[in-house]
Design a protein. Sequence first.
Length: 84
Amino acid sequence: MKKVKDTGPHRPPGSRISSKHQITIPAKALRAAGLSIGERLVARVEGPGRVVLERADDLLAEYAGVLTGVYEADELSHLRDEWD
């Protein structure tokens, strides 16, 4: 039987950077950060050896409905009818 190297209790769990510059983030850390599969993240450098991942802004959700009340009911339909 092959002996497995004991990493000991003092070595914190971590990830390695692959040859394709990819990193696997532990599921426990993702859950604790409130992140889920498919979310877009932005990487921000905070100094040597420190990169912070943040959820990317969802521009559609941020701006959807901001013009509510700017136009009267059916005003845009009337403007479109002028194009014909």
